[in-house]
Design a protein around this ligand. Structure first.
Ligand code: GLC
Ligand code: CA
Length: 558
């Protein structure tokens, strides 16, 4: 890796920020966030230092799954603005060095999409094969993704007396991606938005998109689903040299390499690392970094173009589906003990700060860790402020509350009557009175300033994004010490998962006489190294340190 590579393979050192236009900022005071509001907050995002925005679905929609039920792939939800506003927003983002990627939701459509409206009319309708139909559901029962509301992935459509496939809600019929016409439409959708200036896609529900088990393939020879993924990536490459596909693919390790496109790296550009995320919570619950270490060690080797996307929390439930039953119960007990905090028997609906009882040391330790794990960090809006959730909003809506800008009416999100907002605000200790962007901007000790610093240091330390990761031996059981090394240099990150202070002694190899460790998070702190490369540092309970190895004769800044 050379420093110049960081701009070509930009996604490997990006800081991604996910938001829903609907809940971010309402500029015309009708109660619904809009593109104009987002444009007015672009400088806030720029100050935070993020380099890539991920917009959740903003397409026309009946809005029964927060916009993931799309009725027109080539439109903008008129509540949020129009194409003009969309393009203005993209231009503003670009001017501030921020790329924009958007949700590509093509596993299914809304049942109000004109294709489905046509398809269900008759068995010989030209759109019939856009979806997946069966006379009888297959004997092997598949578990729907939302078992609280659906009991089958097949729904009988009375008009034609056949069942259609829907992995998600029944109002989201699955598209038949073995149909070449559907494949052409998907490419057309991507081409359309690329032309409007986006830098790629967060691809929704990839394993379901790739799943053709429910599809009765026509006699024609069908390319393997992964070849279809690769063909989309190739198409993307033809339309734009820089565009990426960030896949939502919660898969076992053994399948991930294929989804990246193996050695050639010509599949997904990035995949969310759900396994590392889940084991992070197990480690936090146990105050023991070993599950996390194991998860990281189990990452397969991937091509230089491929990248892991790390996250603490996203817009869905905090899924714990890849842990064992016992492990999941441990995390439930620690962070979501009440049944109303849990969902689908697999997840927690809370944000991180309330799960950690608002302990600022521990919350900061987790974000310090997020930014120092190899990969690209992805933030969900409000994490930079330490926002909490509203459990009464229920299931996944609990974390989709309006962004908290000020301590004023509706948290500064909108001047509309509160009943018109897309979701209730957060109350109590995490309400906008206590947690808001405006106050934190003026407070150098705030979470916002802390996250800004992490972003800034991460951006200027490419060894973090894509250096090699190695656990450093030391004796403190609650502590993870790891080295990240790249062509530009090395750094050591030390994180204390335990509330007890610890003294940590570790030894680095290949150290020269004058080498020192410079603390990247605390200004002016320099630590000396013994001649054998060892160092002893004191860690507070839930402490975190980023230490860069600096050679006085070298050119790297401390
Ligand atoms: C993905 C999204 C989720 C959505 C589902 C159906 O899992 O993250 O929010 O409900 O796909 O599109
Ligand atoms: Ca509005």
């Amino acid at each position: 890796m050379r420093i110049t590579d960081t701009s070509d393979l930009w996604w490997k050192t990006a800081v991604i920020y996910c938001l829903d236009v609907e809940t971010f900022m309402d500029w015309n005071d009708d109660g619904i966030g809009d593109f104009e509001g987002l444009a007015h907050r672009m400088d806030y995002l720029h100050e935070l230092g993020i380099t890539c925005l991920w917009l959740m679905p903003f397409y026309p929609t009946p809005n029964k799954d927060d916009g993931y039920d799309i009725s027109d792939f080539f439109g903008v939800d008129e509540r949020l603005g129009d194409f003009g506003d969309f393009v203005e927003m993209i231009r503003m983002a670009k001017d501030r060095g921020i790329r924009v990627i958007i949700d590509l939701v093509v596993n299914h459509t809304s049942d109000t999409h004109p294709w489905f409206v046509e398809a269900r009319k008759s068995k010989d309708n030209p759109y019939r094969d856009f979806y997946v139909w069966r006379d009888h559901p297959p004997r092997k029962k598949e578990q729907p993704v939302f078992p609280d509301v659906e009991d089958s992935v097949w729904e009988l459509d009375p008009k034609t007396n056949q069942y259609y496939l829907h992995h998600f809600y029944k109002f989201q019929p699955d598209l038949n991606v073995t149909n070449p016409k559907v494949r052409d439409e998907i490419a057309k959708i991507m081409g359309f938005w690329l032309q409007l200036g986006v830098s790629g896609f967060r691809v929704d529900a990839v394993p379901f998109l790739m799943d053709e088990s429910g599809v009765q393939a026509p006699e024609a020879e069908l390319a393997h689903p992964l070849d279809f993924l690769k063909s989309l990536r190739a198409f993307l490459g033809r339309r734009s040299g820089e565009a990426v596909m960030l896949g939502e693919a919660n898969l076992p390790r053994k399948d991930q390499v294929d989804y990246f496109g193996g050695e050639d790296g010509d599949g997904l550009s990035m995949q969310f690392d759900f396994i590392t995320m889940q084991n992070l919570y197990l480690s936090l619950a146990r105050q023991d970094p070993r599950p996390l270490e194991k998860a990281l060690a189990s990452r397969p080797e991937v091509a230089i173009e491929s990248q892991w996307a790390n996250f603490v929390r996203n817009h869905d439930e905090l899924t714990l589906d890849k842990l064992t039953d016992e492990e999941r119960q441990e995390v439930f007990a620690a962070f979501g003990p009440e049944p109303r905090m849990q969902v689908y028997d697999r997840g927690i609906i809370r944000r991180l700060p309330p799960m950690l009882d608002g302990d600022p040391r521990r919350i900061r330790m987790v974000y310090s860790l997020l930014f120092s794990l190899p990969g690209t960090p992805v933030l969900f809006y409000g994490e930079e402020l330490g926002m909490g959730e509203n459990l009464d909003a229920g299931t996944r809506s609990a974390v989709r509350t309006p962004m908290q800008w000020t301590s004023g009416t509706n948290g500064g999100f909108s001047n509309a009557p509160t009943r018109k907002l897309p979701s209730p605000l957060v109350g109590d200790g995490y309400s906008p009175d206590h947690v808001n962007a405006s106050d934190q901007r003026h407070d150098p000790d705030s979470m916002l300033h802390f996250v800004r610093r992490l972003v800034e240091r991460y951006r200027s330390s490419p060894e973090m994004g894509w250096g090699t990761f190695e656990v450093v031996k030391q004796d403190a059981p609650g502590v993870l010490a790891h080295v990240l090394s790249g062509a530009e240099g090395r750094m050591v990150a030390v994180h204390n998962f335990s509330g007890d202070p610890a003294t940590v002694t570790f030894r680095l190899s290949d150290v020269e006489a004058d080498d020192v460790l410079v603390d990247l998070l605390v200004d002016g702190q320099v630590l000396s190294l013994e001649s054998d490369g060892s160092a002893t540092i004191a860690m507070d309970g839930y402490g975190y340190r980023w230490l860069r190895v600096i050679r006085p004769s070298g050119k790297r800044l401390g």
